[in-house]
Design a protein around this ligand. Sequence first.
Ligand code: ACO
Length: 440
Amino acid sequence: MSAVSKPTSSTTAKSARLIVDGKEVELPVIVGTEDEKAINIASLRGSTGYITLDDGYMNTGSTTSSITYLDGEQGILRYRGYPIEEIAAHCDFVETSYLLIYGKLPNSQELEEFRESIRQHTMLHEDMKSFYNGFPRDAHPMAILSSVVGALSTFYQDSLDPRDPEQQKISIHRLMAKLPTIAAYSYKKSIGQPFNYPCNELSYCENFLQMMFAVPTESYEPDPVFVEALNLLLICHADHEQNCSTSTVRMVGSSNANLFASISAGICALWGPLHGGANEACINMLNEIVADGGNVKKYVQKAKDKSDGFRLMGFGHRVYKNFDPRATIIKAAADKLLKRLNLKEPLFEVAQELQDVALNDDYFKERKLYPNVDFYSGIIYRAMGLPTQMFTVLFAIGRLPGWIAHWVEMHQSSATKIGRPRQIYTGPTIREIVPMSERP
Ligand code: ACO
């Protein structure tokens, strides 16, 4: 393929030419506001009969988007143009959510209205509590989260039309408000404690901690250091452009499925250990190393051994091949929290050792495998006393505004079509059915 024209400063072609089977086609070039370039191949099959093939979407853009910009080589992450470091320093999670969903920082009145609306929707319908009795006591909270979020569509049938702005708005506020309640109830159920109703005097993060840790027999004051760390973690997880779960939300939403159904699917995608499940997998791995005598070198060796399927959980990233800016922010929070709590558990020592070994080992350096956000978030959640199975749930609460923002953006775009990739079929060509009696 060759560039058709070479404009002066940016050297960006206006189109690209592809020669296939001796036929030349001209394909338009799309340039983003950060000078990212794409060749639009929408007409390729129609004009040549060819499709493109790109396992894992390593090089395929599924949409244009104005929500989040990230540059994996330079370690840049910006929500709506604002650097993540600035947002983490100046905004709280609810304000960040407003920014992502509505595309601008709110003024004080807009923010107060948003907070107030979320506060008013924190309770679950009483009938929903009975769902929790149907799950096994040891059910994974991600399965519960996804099921109960999907079930919201049965209780709020008045707000399921994704094309109606008023219905969109109410379902967004309901979901933002109820997800922490749904999450905390799943934990309370698993340990046999009564559910705590949300307390609307508290902030978003304080309220979640209260629903998780308060018991009716004692008064509970959320620890401000935990609140700060949780707020930071939720902000750092709030969006990450077209990752696996966000792409899932967009894909499901593209069929005009309602918001609750689309987010429920995103929660399932996030659950996997190669995505949001990595923070849980990371702590499980650290526990395994501790139980095995704390021999970090052995596990580093296993991760490097291609005949061994083992990978160091919490290391590596599809996009960040230099450093993950979220990991930098969260590492500082983790260091602060561990110093403040003065925890001497072997798990934290193993984590430190693992980090040092991996950062200095050629295998990891050559492949640019750095500790990612899940490595440090798992450590913080563990230090806060959150149960391991809840780690990915926390990630889901953080990622919710990002999922919503993408779902809304998709519905607002006139370019949106139902997501329907193509394939290259590699199975048998036509053959006849052999009668049962003649089959080997
Ligand atoms: N441990 C050991 N080796 C690794 C690791 C790891 N964690 N990650 C990648 N590698 C190696 C691969 O074996 C491969 O080596 P090779 O070139 O010799 O074959 C090379 O590094 C490139 O790996 P890929 O799998 O091609 O990288 P990809 O971009 O597809 O995968 C991923 C990224 C899934 C994050 C991967 O690094 C991984 O599995 N990490 C562990 C799970 C994890 O922490 N996931 C969380 C991601 S962050 C998030 O979702 C918020």
